[in-house]
Structure formats: structure tokens, C-alpha cells
Design a protein around this ligand. Structure first.
Ligand code: ADP
Length: 354
């Protein structure tokens, strides 16, 4: 219904009666004023005046017709054409066709308002199609990540059903199922967290707290993990006060610490420092682990990206995406320096007060 209405509204012909009458009245007015001004002073015969009036009237009719038609042509190409293009494209976009683009007739810097609208429309359509690709990629990554542990659990559950299964196998399979369900629950928690951080307006619960104290607590919480790998810890933590959401920051420290432990082989070293300068509180988490290539380093903050495939079963590629989102929310910065086979250093800068 609205589509038909739009087409009808802008589908006028080159010649419109309304425009013709406007032109006629305008020209007739100008000519009459000229006549009154100039011919009053001249001594002309009445018959000549009569003939001149008829001729002038004919000329006014013709001029009005030409004016109305030319104006119609101008209107058609400068107004109706771009409006129709914009309407068609908008309707395709509302139907979900994000590939739609409007041809840009000339450089927007030399164009009129329509050129600016067209350029903005194209930009909007491009952004929307980018978001759509991200959404579909996200859904396929989530499905893939959910399916893998589910398939593993299904396999072990089937094997558990064998009647003559030795006791140690039974325990092993049950343990694998428990591990699979732990991974699933961790994945779902991360997806929900990320979804919340990305799609809801977060009002950080800003409290003044001791960053050094917070890091020490996080290190203690993963004591089992670094002890199991016999890692050496080099800790140089100052008591630095920051004003930020402590709960959100815990996500950052837990992820960076567990990555440092996960990607470092037995007997390696992990260094943690907390320092400050005038503007920033600076946390650095360094490891002597496997490191990463430049290409991996550029992608680690993407959702579901996992660089080291040998350790991919221990994570889901969402940890650093969460870290980056939190750092953006608290107004900080994060950077990484890494070399393959040497190790990685993640540096986080937080504003000392907001
Ligand atoms: P996950 O650890 O679950 O794979 P993350 O988002 O935490 O996902 O990390 C993404 C990728 O970044 C990892 O797969 C790994 O390749 C790389 N990475 C992160 N931290 C380190 C680190 N300390 N040393 C080497 N590579 C790392």
C-alpha cells in the first residue's frame, strides 16, 4: 500500500497543469506590469493595442508552456529521479536486502543534498551488511563450539553403556563427560557475558580500589593451575589505587592470567607487575610461553579466534574478546608484544580516576 502511494506521489508527468498555471500567472503579471509602465507614456492607436494584447497573450501562453515543461524536465531529473532511487533502495533495505547500494552520480563534495543523502545511505547499508555478516558468523561459530563438546560427551556416554567395561575406563569416560560439560557451561557463560557487555548499556559500578590487592587475589585463585605446571612467578606489584568497576576488571585479570598459564610449558616463568605513572595504572602480565605470530597477534581480540590449534580444546576463543570489551568500557588500553617461541607480554593501562 505505502509502496504504491510513494510511486504515485513521485510519478508525475513532465507537464503539470498546476505548474503551467503558476508560470502563466507569473509571466502574465510581469508582462502586465511592463505594459502599464511603458505603454502609458506612448501614444498608440486603440486597434494596435488590441492586436498587441492578443499577440502578447499568445506569447505568454507559449512561454508558460515552455517554462512549465522545462521546469518539469529539470524537476524530473534533479528531484524525482534521486527520490525514487532512494525510496526503492530504502524499501529493499527494509525487506532485508543489505547488498543494496545507490549509484552515486557525482562526487559528494560537488553535489547537492541528495548526493549527501545517497552517500550516507550507502554507508549505512554497508555498515548493516557488515553487522549482518558478523551476526551470521557468530551464530555459526557458536553452533560449532557447542557441537564439539556435545559430540565428545555423546561418544563417551555411548561407550559407558558397555556392560563389560573395566572400572578404570568407566571412571575415565565419566571424567571426560564431566570435563565436556564444564567446557560447555564455561562457553555459555562467556557467550552470555559477552552478549551482555556488547548489547546492553553497562553502567559500571565504579569503586576506588587497590589494583595491586586485586591482582594478588586473582593470582592466588589460580594457584592450583600454576603449581600443577611448576611455573615460576616473578611478582612486582605496587599498591596502586584506581577508580573502576572491580568486578569487570576481575574478568580481565582472570583471562590474562589463565592464558599466560595455559600457553606456557612446564617450568616456564610468568611475570606480573603493577605500576603507575601520573595518568595511568599499568598492569603487565608476561610469560615465557609459546608466543604468537604477527598475524595471530592482530586477530586475538576477535570472537572465537584461536591461534594455537594444539591448545584450542582448552578454550573457546572468547576470553580476549571479553577482555577487550571490558577494557573499552572502563576507558583503558590493552596492547600485546609477542614473539613465537619466546613469550608474550600483555600490557593494560587504566585511567587512575574517571
Ligand atoms: P582461548 O584462550 O580460549 O583460545 P582467547 O580469546 O583467550 O581464547 O585467546 C585467543 C588466542 O590468542 C589464543 O587461542 C592464542 O592463540 C592467543 N593467545 C592468548 N594469550 C596468549 C598467550 N599468553 N601466549 C600465546 N598466545 C596467546
Amino acid at each position: 500500500m505505502s509502496e504504491g502511494f510513494n510511486k504515485r506521489k513521485i510519478g508525475r508527468s513532465l507537464f503539470s497543469l498546476r505548474r503551467y498555471i503558476i508560470f502563466f500567472l507569473l509571466i502574465a503579471f510581469v508582462v502586465t506590469v511592463c505594459f502599464l509602465l511603458f505603454f502609458n507614456f506612448l501614444d498608440i492607436r486603440e486597434e494596435d493595442v488590441h492586436n498587441a494584447a492578443i499577440l502578447t497573450f499568445g506569447n505568454v501562453l507559449l512561454l508558460s508552456f515552455l517554462g512549465a515543461t522545462f521546469d518539469g524536465i529539470r524537476h524530473k531529473y534533479t528531484v524525482e529521479k534521486p527520490v525514487r532511487q532512494i525510496l526503492d533502495a530504502t524499501q529493499r533495505l527494509t525487506r532485508g536486502d543489505f547488498s543494496v547500494r545507490i549509484e552515486q552520480p557525482r562526487d559528494v563534495r560537488r553535489g547537492n543534498e541528495f548526493d549527501v543523502i545517497i552517500a550516507d545511505f550507502n554507508k549505512m547499508a554497508e555498515e548493516l551488511s557488515g553487522i549482518e555478516t558478523l551476526r551470521t558468523d557468530f551464530i555459526s561459530s557458536v553452533s560449532h563450539e557447542l557441537k564439539t563438546p556435545l559430540a565428545v560427551m555423546q561418544n563417551y556416554a555411548t561407550m559407558l553403556q558397555a556392560l563389560d567395561l573395566p572400572e578404570e575406563k568407566r571412571v575415565e569416560y565419566a571424567r571426560s563427560i564431566a570435563e565436556g560439560s564444564r567446557r560447555l557451561s564455561e562457553l555459555i557463560t562467556n557467550i552470555l557475558r559477552l552478549n551482555k557487555l556488547e548489547n546492553q548499556t553497562i553502567f559500571p559500578d565504579v569503586v576506588r580500589h587497590n589494583l595491586g590487592e586485586q591482582l594478588r587475589e586473582c593470582i592466588l585463585a589460580v594457584e592450583d593451575l600454576w603449581e600443577a605446571k611448576n611455573l615460576e612467578l616473578e611478582i612486582d606489584i605496587d599498591d596502586v589505587m584506581v577508580e573502576a568497576d572491580a568486578e569487570l576488571l576481575t574478568i580481565v585479570w582472570n583471562n590474562l592470567l589463565s592464558n599466560a598459564i595455559k600457553f606456557t610449558d612446564k617450568g616456564g616463568t610468568i611475570g606480573i607487575t603493577v605500576k603507575e605513572n601520573e595518568q595511568w595504572a599499568i598492569v603487565s602480565i608476561r610469560d615465557t610461553g609459546c608466543g604468537m605470530s604477527v598475524e595471530t597477534g592482530q586477530r586475538i581480540f576477535e570472537k572465537f579466534y584461536q591461534g594455537d590449534s594444539s591448545r584450542s580444546s582448552q578454550g573457546n576463543g572468547l576470553g580476549l574478546a571479553l577482555v577487550k570489551r571490558v577494557i573499552d568500557i572502563v576507558g583503558g588500553e590493552i596492547s600485546v608484544q609477542s614473539a613465537l617461541g619466546v613469550g608474550s607480554t600483555f600490557t593494560v593501562r587504566l585511567p587512575k580516576s574517571v
